[in-house]
Design a binder for this molecule. Structure first.
Ligand SMILES: Nc1ncnc2c1ncn2[C@@H]1O[C@H](COP(=O)(O)OP(=O)(O)OP(=O)(O)O)[C@@H](O)[C@H]1O
Ligand SMILES: [Mg+2]
Length: 289
């Protein structure tokens, strides 16, 4: 999420736990095991809710990916099967952010120990928030600083391309005016959205019943192909976009996964052009300056 200060990015992230699907018993066990390794299992009871971790941007590499003398799991593992929220993304140390690339790809993290390597699960949904530039007001001529738009390019360059390539949904969060806030509240509550999410999860559970995959996010190779091959119009659009947007092979598969999820949320059997188009619209465009 990119947007000016006070537009509600941190607020939106804080609202996310309210729409997450429930943990299955097997998932609850996995989450609890990691918490136990980190000494964070309260009263020895199983964890029943999806983790939501939001480490501060001053976090060190061992704190984020794990390590230290006792090879403790880091935030990325404590967020396993839940959300890892990185607020003010460009303020994190670049090396620390890049250490997330491998776990984001594989869903596991290797922690080096004196004599051996320990591997922890780290299948997270990464949510990140940032201002478009350091002063935060790029795109608003009345408030932008004198260095705009150069300052934005510098600020955004703190995040490496490969990390951005792993973020599927890039969302602009525009400023909200005081007038907007006095409008009647939206009809949809978190409970409504949570019901849609749960339904989409149920579809995925049924789809992947025979294979070692739980969700579209985990599907790869032949499994992904079988689940998410779009119809003819969708395939054509994706082929065109892959060329014009210069999608990496990773980007191509990520678009397919997002499109499959959009279709599931809409209750559609086949991935169609409209799902591919929406998925593509969320991919990062090159900076506009
Ligand atoms: N869409 C909204 N509806 C209602 N209140 C909002 C909205 N957006 C922001 N607010 C109010 O503004 C406050 C600040 O929002 P928030 O902290 O999420 O902004 P932010 O985008 O994270 O800003 P920053 O970039 O400075 O961190 C919220 O706590 C809330 O009171
Ligand atoms: Mg904020």
């Amino acid at each position: 999420m990119t947007g000016p200060p006070g537009s509600g990015k941190s607020l939106l992230a804080a609202a996310l736990p309210g729409i997450l699907p429930e943990l299955t018993p097997a998932e609850a066990l996995e989450v609890s095991m990691v918490a136990s390794m980190a000494g964070e299992l309260e009263g020895g009871r199983l964890v029943r809710t999806r983790p939501f971790r939001s480490p501060h941007h001053s976090a060190s590499m061992p704190a984020l990916v794990g390590g230290g003398a006792r090879a403790r799991p880091g935030e990325v593992s404590l967020a396993h099967l839940g959300i890892l929220f990185l607020d003010e993304l460009p303020e994190f140390q670049r090396g620390v952010l890049d250490s997330l690339r491998q776990p984001l790809e594989t869903g596991t993290v290797m922690v080096a120990r004196a004599a051996a390597h320990v591997s922890y699960p780290a299948r997270v949904q990464l949510i990140a928030a940032m201002n478009p530039c350091r002063c935060g007001h790029l795109g608003d001529p009345s408030q932008a600083c004198s260095r705009a738009p150069k300052c934005a390019a510098d600020y955004q360059a703190r995040i490496s391309g490969p990390l951005l390539d792993r973020i599927d949904l890039h969302v602009d969060v525009p400023a909200v005016s005081a007038a907007d806030l006095t409008l009647p509240p939206p009809a949809e509550t978190s409970a409504h959205v949570a019901a849609r999410v749960a339904a989409a999860r149920a579809i995925q559970t049924a789809r992947y019943a025979g294979v070692k995959v739980r969700t579209n996010a985990e599907a790869d190779g032949k499994v992904l192909e079988a689940a998410a091959t779009p119809d003819a119009a969708g395939a054509k659009l994706l082929a065109q976009a892959a060329k014009s947007m210069r999608l990496s092979a990773r980007g191509y598969h990520r678009v397919l996964r997002v499109a499959r999820t959009l279709a599931d949320l809409g209750g559609a059997e086949t991935v169609a052009r409209i799902h591919i188009a929406e998925a593509l619209s969320y991919r990062r465009r090159a900076p506009t300056n």
